[in-house]
Design a binder for this molecule. Structure first.
Ligand code: HEM
Length: 321
């Protein structure tokens, strides 16, 4: 009986250990505790200073992590500059003249390497932590970031074009795109709440304000001043009515047909996601809890771990040995 009990404990321990490694993809919130105990506080102070200087930087850093994770997993590939061997994702349709924040990532990397003494923190992890710290700096929820991602030695513009969702997508295209990344309808609705902060260029919403009918006419009229039918493609409009605050207004705007992007308004357009949008339009607790959960889920997409990839010295280029 005693030996049977011991055996069963062993079996359970083994099953639990294998479940734990597969379910949490070998990432851990304590990953840098020994190698660099000041890593997280260092990242946080650089992010806070950057957001203080320009609040939009928080939005830009959050978006970088999303565009990193959706292209071959969260591996820092979005950060690699073009070179003879790198087909930079910065040149992909969704990123070109659009993603920003690379200088802040450089600053973080320099500060964190100095704090640690050696380059032990990956650029992919820097993006995951900077995304969380940005959300917090703009008044949103916090969560424990899983760590231990390593950096890619490759990038792919083609993969970026195939994987980053476009603002002209329909609800079913958005659902399929997220599903292809292991994310469900709820993740889609809650992560789109990232659009509670930041801005979009006229070229990304022109079609929506001139050609769609599921838009409040007064809202469309106001946007037409910012975004003329011809030209003005780089002019910016806020993604929700309070672009500097991580709040519920993205969802309450959608319920009033004040979504800026076609893809935003698709989430509240008589389809299967309407109810969730309605709930998040008044339930701060639900939005914050679910946003935190879905960010962890997104951050777990296909990381490089163990001896895969590398820890880059410069986030902009692969190491040369
Ligand atoms: C659901 C599909 C999504 C689509 C189609 C989409 C599309 C876009 C577009 C077109 C812009 C404006 C880009 C520009 O004008 O250059 C934008 C900005 C932004 N997106 Fe998304 N996005 C999606 C999901 C997400 C997710 C999941 C997040 C983060 C969790 C996110 C975070 C942001 C942020 C913060 C900005 C503002 C960036 C800034 O001000 O610099 N987006 N998105």
């Amino acid at each position: 009986m005693a030996s049977h009990g011991y055996f069963s404990v062993l079996v359970h321990a083994f099953v639990f250990a294998s479940l734990a490694t597969s379910a949490f993809s070998q990432l851990s919130p304590n990953y840098y505790d020994y190698a660099c105990p000041n890593a997280l506080s260092t990242i946080k102070s650089v992010v806070e200073a950057a957001v203080q200087k320009e609040y939009r930087m928080g939005a830009s850093l959050l978006r970088l992590h999303f565009h990193d994770c959706f292209v071959n997993g969260c591996d820092g590939s979005i950060l690699l500059d073009p070179s003879p061997t790198i087909d930079s994702e910065k040149n992909a349709f969704a990123n070109f003249q659009s993603v920003r924040g690379f200088e802040v990532v450089d600053d973080i990397k320099q500060a964190v390497d100095e704090a640690c003494g050696t380059p032990v923190v990956s650029c992919a992890d820097i993006l995951a932590v900077a995304a969380r710290d940005s959300v917090v700096a703009l008044g949103g929820p916090t969560w424990e970031v899983q760590l231990g991602r390593r950096d890619s030695t490759t990038a792919s513009k083609e993969a970026a074009d195939a994987n980053i969702p476009a603002p002209f997508f329909s609800l079913s295209q958005l659902i399929t795109n997220f599903k292809n990344h292991g994310l469900d309808e709820k993740d889609l609705v809650v992560l789109s709440g990232g659009h509670t902060i930041g801005y979009a260029r006229c070229v990304t919403f022109k079609d929506h304000i001139y050609n769609d009918s599921n838009i409040d006419p007064n809202f469309a009229q106001y946007l037409k001043y910012i975004c003329p039918r011809n030209g003005g493609d780089l002019n910016l409009a806020p993604l929700d009515s309070t672009a500097a605050n991580f709040d519920l207004n993205y969802y309450s705007n959608l319920v009033q047909k004040n979504g800026l992007l076609h893809s935003d308004q698709e989430l509240f357009n008589g389809g299967s996601t309407d109810e969730l949008v309605k709930q998040y339009s008044y339930d701060t607790e639900a939005f914050y809890v679910e946003f935190a959960n879905s960010m962890v889920k997104m951050g777990n997409i296909q990381p490089l771990t163990g001896d895969q990839g590398e820890i880059r010295v410069s986030c902009r280029k692969v190491n040369n040995y």
